[in-house]
Design a protein around this ligand. Structure first.
Ligand code: AP5
Length: 213
């Protein structure tokens, strides 16, 4: 079962993807995480995308399609969760072609709907464990012990360089200009299933579970 988690920055795509990985053994393909890994390992591509990401702009279709193609052809498991991909119509067409080439298809596109105002709070309070990638929030999902990851015990907590007001404005603009047309695209294909992303994390999880069965 291959699914897309679609939604604006801070909607909760990564949070819900991690749950599906843990409970269903699915493989999370987050283009954001892949690009951040390329940056920290200092590859040529990582250096090329760093400034674009910090400004909140989208990196080129060619780069992210290449990253996804590499993962699709080298990983196997109980289905892929596309988190933060596709983000443009060209990426959506490329994904359909890649899946068809592998004899696979898309099961569902889950649109996580959240108001813009809530996104600012979500993004400004987010921090991530540097050890295992667990996503936290200062108010809605703090660690049980201050500064210690509940999941792996690491004390390395990271805040993203693009989680600031200026960059968020650009990320939202990019979302509305280039990514939101995908809502109509997948609706027309009959693949779109919206969930209320304003509910608390566990309720959103339950809505997604109900859709996936
Ligand atoms: P990416 O890493 O994909 O960032 P994003 O889409 O902006 O999404 P986020 O990771 O910010 O949010 P999320 O929806 O995963 O929310 P989360 O679960 O963390 O992309 C970063 C950059 O990389 C892009 O700007 C671009 O430059 C580049 N890029 C990536 N993919 C690309 C592509 N395909 N094409 C071109 N460029 C690409 O949750 C956020 C916070 O809210 C957390 O603190 C969490 O604890 C909290 N939270 C989650 N759910 C709830 C809830 N229900 N209630 C209360 N709090 C909640």
């Amino acid at each position: 079962m291959n699914i897309i988690l679609l939604g604006p920055p801070g909607a909760g795509k990564g949070t819900q993807a991690r749950h599906l990985v843990e409970t269903r053994g699915m493989i999370q393909l987050s283009t954001g995480d892949m690009l951040r890994a390329a940056r920290s390992s200092g590859t040529e591509m990582g250096k090329k995308v760093a400034a674009i990401m910090d400004a909140g702009k989208l990196v080129t279709d060619e780069i992210v399609i290449g990253l996804i193609e590499e993962q699709l052809t080298t990983q196997t498991g109980a289905g892929f969760i596309f988190d933060g991909f596709p983000r443009t119509l060209a990426q959506a067409d490329a994904l359909a072609a890649l899946l068809a080439k592998l004899g696979q298809s898309l099961h569902t596109v889950i649109e996580i709907r959240v108001d813009d105002e809530a996104l600012v709070d979500r993004i400004s309070g987010r921090f991530t464990c540097g050890g295992c990638g667990e996503v936290y929030h200062d108010k809605t999902k703090p660690t049980k012990v201050d500064g210690v990851c509940d999941n792996c015990g690491s004390t390395e907590m990271v805040r993203r360089a693009d989680d600031n007001a200026d960059s968020l404005r650009t990320r939202l603009m990019e979302y509305y200009k280039k990514t939101s047309p995908l809502i109509g695209y997948y609706y027309a294909k009959g693949d779109l299933r919206p969930v209320n992303g304003l509910a608390d994390i566990k309720e959103v999880t339950a809505s997604i579970e109900a859709i996936l069965g």
